[in-house]
Design a protein. Structure first.
Length: 75
C-alpha cells in the first residue's frame, strides 16, 4: 500500500472534537483509530486497508466505501 493511498483512506475517517485529525479519528462504526498505528494488529487503535474483491480481478479501489471491520478497512 502506498503512503498516498494510506493518507487517502485516512482522510475518510471522522474528525471528533478538538482531537488532532492528523493523529486521531473514528471509523464509521465509532472505533478510535490512531494514524501511526496503521498496520498494527496488536494495538487497540490499529487499522489496516484491505479489499473486498482483489484488485487483480479488475476491481477499482473506491475510497468512499472504506470502513473499519474487525481490524481491517476493506475497500
Amino acid at each position: 500500500m502506498t503512503l498516498d493511498i494510506v493518507w487517502q483512506v485516512w482522510s475518510k475517517g471522522i474528525v471528533i472534537g478538538a482531537n488532532d485529525p492528523v493523529l486521531w479519528k473514528k471509523d464509521e462504526y465509532g472505533a478510535w483509530i490512531l494514524r501511526s498505528h496503521y498496520g498494527n494488529r496488536d494495538s487497540e487503535y490499529g487499522w489496516e486497508i484491505g479489499y473486498i474483491t482483489p484488485v487483480s480481478e479488475g476491481v477499482q479501489m473506491n475510497f468512499q466505501t472504506c470502513v473499519r471491520y474487525i481490524g481491517k478497512i476493506p475497500c
